[in-house]
Ligand binder design. Sequence first.
Ligand code: PRP
Length: 210
Amino acid sequence: MPAPKLIEHPLVDCHLTVLRDKNTSSSEFRSAVNRLSTLLAYSATHDLQTTEKPIETPIQKMLGRQLLHRIGLVPILRAGIGMVEVMLDMIPTSEVWHLGLYRDEQTAEPVRYYSKLPEKAPVDVAFVLDPMLATGGSAVMACNALKKWGVPLIKMLSIISAPEGIQRLQEECPDVEIHTCQIDLMLNEDKFIVPGLGDAGDRIFNTTGQ
Ligand code: PRP
């Protein structure tokens, strides 16, 4: 089982500080999510395979490179939507497959409310997008759905993770790569990440007051 890939970078520290600050506006929060997603994307795509592509520059013919495999972005609704734009910008040919999961407030277990994965023709590589990996229940449910679809390589991209969530994902889906900007201290009794950043979905979509 591969160790989680932790991005250690001074820019990560600075943008994470913006995310964590309770006084950060929703607009600033979305910008910080974009910036951290860019750094995560750079880390998680480093081993994508490419193939030759003949092109012609204004000067001469040459062989360039293009991505070899079909790539799928799988944002977990809602908060994962905040990471899609950056990933699509980086991998413009990727497909986006949405999974709607919410965490039951009593049990903290995920409940699926939207899934449109087709039965056949899975992508070759899937990037599961969610800013938070808390208990790991949502990530496990998403990765199991992708495995059932037949995706050979799955990478989980989370901005902050709890040790409990990483352990659960590693135990239940040992072949899934985990890329994260930060591993926080723990979960509290309400299964929120400590020190964390609150509810990413609410902060991205400005619904904290509901
Ligand atoms: C949050 C978060 C993850 C999940 C993590 O979503 O965005 O999807 O909880 O928790 P877990 O690791 O314990 O499963 P939430 O249920 O708050 O839904 P939302 O994105 O719609 O706000």
